[in-house]
Write a protein that binds this ligand. Sequence first.
Ligand SMILES: Nc1nc2c(ncn2[C@@H]2O[C@H](COP(=O)(O)OP(=O)(O)OP(=O)(O)O)[C@@H](O)[C@H]2O)c(=O)[nH]1
Ligand SMILES: [Mg+2]
Length: 411
Amino acid sequence: MLLHIVHIGNFGMFAFYPAVMSYFKQLNCKSTRWCTLIRIFKKRGIREHDHISIDYTLRRYFSKKPKLTEKKLTKKFIDWRKVVFIGGEGGDGCISMRREAHVEFGGPDGGNGGNGAKVIVRSSKKIKSLDKVVSTYKGENGVRGSSSNSHGKNATHTIVEVPVGTMIKENDVCLVDLEHDGDEFIAARGGAGGKGNREFLSNENRAPTIATRGMRGEQRILELELRVMAQFGLIGFPNAGKSTLLRALSRARPAVAAYPFTTLNPHVGMVEYDDMEQIAVADIPGLIQGAHLNKGLGHSFLRHIERCLCLLYVIDLSQPNTLEQLQHLKYELDQYLPGLAERPHAVVGNKIDIPEAKQNLKIIQENISLPVIAISAHYNLHIPELKKHLRELSNKYVNKLEETSEEHHII
Ligand SMILES: Nc1nc2c(ncn2[C@@H]2O[C@H](COP(=O)(O)OP(=O)(O)OP(=O)(O)O)[C@@H](O)[C@H]2O)c(=O)[nH]1
Ligand SMILES: [Mg+2]
């Protein structure tokens, strides 16, 4: 596309030639966008003959905003990883004889190899999720020994940083719980360096010509798992509006769409209060009937629910079966892990803006003893009340639960 722009010097504005005008008309460009565009041109100092810059700017500015879908979301909350840890290999020992003018029978002078690196898992409070942890870590190899009795350098240890509260498991057995900032666990030891021929010098053998190879590093397959993912987990059927609610409560931006299973991975958002207190809330993929039998998205996401201290059942009030929704959700959780459904919880009725919702709300309110907080996540109705309720629950249960979980290391 050939674009021409004429700069009307004194006014500091750009006037567009007819070709550009028709381009804007096609795009249905609003006058506000015109002004913004002119400002961009001015700011970048783009002149009328710089066709490449003009074309590039227009393309970027008018390119459609990509739709937010779960697959395109690069930032995911990862709370479980299976990782292969391989220690570094030790450096080989060296076979060498001292050679020097006027030195007869100089003897062996081969140095030892350096040790291979350990792979160490360290907890850090700066890290919040396991998404930076990759599938394999291999420690560096030690340096080979060399002549003149030079020993090889030991390799520098590889450090893998994980969030505080990460459990390390091997074959479903918990090896360690990194519960404090800076706790370390040696996931794989490096191999020892080989011995150079100098080490084999003895009275029997004054000129040994043997050396040993560096040992191989240890190899282990370990599972890293976060003990607590969030204080509250949003539990509900697909399309109940969990992701919309998380968007309303926090600055997290999970994808929202009118089809089931939009959310495929958990997302965690922080609910912030005026006194700087923060509560982590996790949006968990939708549950369906038979989820405990691996139906729907399978078992894996039920594990996420286990790692929430309290639950928030999100009921879709636009559907007539509100009470059954709650019963089915509780049944699925209990089948997966007995007692899970009875963790401290609250019930939220979403989509109160829909006309039928009020009728459906009554049905559930009459049948359960807990208060049902009716909200509209989409229109931000009664969100402050919900935030207040979350804070009360958090003060009542979460601090206690965190203390007990620290005592027992596992919730
Ligand atoms: N009218 C109305 N629609 C809502 C409300 N909350 C959510 N929705 C709509 O419900 C649909 C599903 O919302 P999501 O937030 O993606 O639902 P979800 O529970 O995260 O669904 P999954 O990720 O599939 O489990 C979207 O089209 C939302 O716009 C609400 O309060 N009122
Ligand atoms: Mg969702």
